[in-house]
Ligand binder design. Sequence first.
Ligand SMILES: *Cc1c(COP(=O)(O)O)cnc(C)c1O
Length: 430
Amino acid sequence: MKRNKSTALFEEAKKYFPGGVNSPVRAFKSVHGAPLFIKNANGCHIYDEDDNEFIDFCGSWGPMIHGHNNPAIREAVINTVENGMSFGTPTIHGNKLGQLMIENHRYLEKLRFVSSGTEAVMSAVRLARGFTGRSMIVKFDGCYHGHADSLMVKAGSGLATFGTSSSAGVPEAFANETIVINLNDLQGLEDTFNHYGSNIACVIIEPVPANNGLLLQDTSFLVWLRKLCDDFDILLIFDEVISGYRVGAEGASGYYSVAPDLLTFGKIIGGGLPVGAFGGRADIMSFISPEGPVYQAGTLSANPVAMSAGLASLKACLQNGFYELLEQKTDNFVAQISTHIKMKEYPMHMVHIGSIFWMAYSTDRIISADQINPASMGLFKELHAYLLDNGVYLGPSGYEVGFISAAHSYKSLEKAASIICDGLDHIFKK
Ligand SMILES: *Cc1c(COP(=O)(O)O)cnc(C)c1O
């Protein structure tokens, strides 16, 4: 495969951007070669500057549930753009998207739009602190919530309960307000609540943890978490930036029928443009300015162009049978690869929910981050290179999940699954 143009552009990009990129995972640090510069995309295909074609399973990291260059979303954006880009005032487009989201979600009573998932989470956490008057928060190891200071925290070493910052530039004093627990660690959570409960504002979790592998939890864990939070008057935040509109129109909260107090959204709700949102219980949301004392604002929040893209995206999601078909396609795709893995007895398995999938390089069920063997990522690195050479694009890290879109045809999926099976034969033969 020729990659001359991408390679040259990446060399140039290094002059302008740290590491040559504007978001770190794009740099291909954990896989072979230079990142691809994508020129255009259509349906389930992306095309790079060297004119290579790939079946895409990255989907811009999640937003492209309708595939690339979806005509309805494109038309909606163009129509809105023709009337101006942003006014810094309320617009009818915001009302429409807000109404559609609230009317179709049993746990969403009020919301506010922002411009990214990070901003949504940062604002929701501030709101939880403002509402409860408490400062500590609890998060889970292996869940990603964007890069706000309070969330750039990993588990402390040894007996330390308090987190330590996972990025330079985050003061330890901030990190100490965040407690990090293993997913599914009921005892750890109960101990923490018993000890610090009256200081804890909220627990934040990806109810479908999909940023560090796909660490699917038991429904009973989420139900139990809801109850424990109630017992201690601690708010429960579901970070649904990936799972929202991905595992069904009501996201993971609807999927598991567990009611969070607050939810965060991003990715799909922008249809490919920068949109985030946080919302939930109306009594809590009334603490947001100008109604309440928790400040939150945004120059481009709910700008009409992004709202129009989001509206077109969600309308398409809400069509009858949309998720059933997507899930059926994903089941087929995953089954094709799983059958091959079992037949060849490769030490791995496929994990999937809705239209999200992940290859786990272990035969054990993996439900917490510490179960993933970092050494297994060497296999992914070789697989990734093989797949690129053969026209299949996965996100450039074995910790990333894959996304299937409505634009993936059965035929493209069969082709991709067959290339992936060949790729597995290739890496396990080595
Ligand atoms: C992507 C993501 C974020 C951050 O969203 P950005 O738009 O990248 O800031 C937060 N939480 C989860 C669960 C995500 O997947």
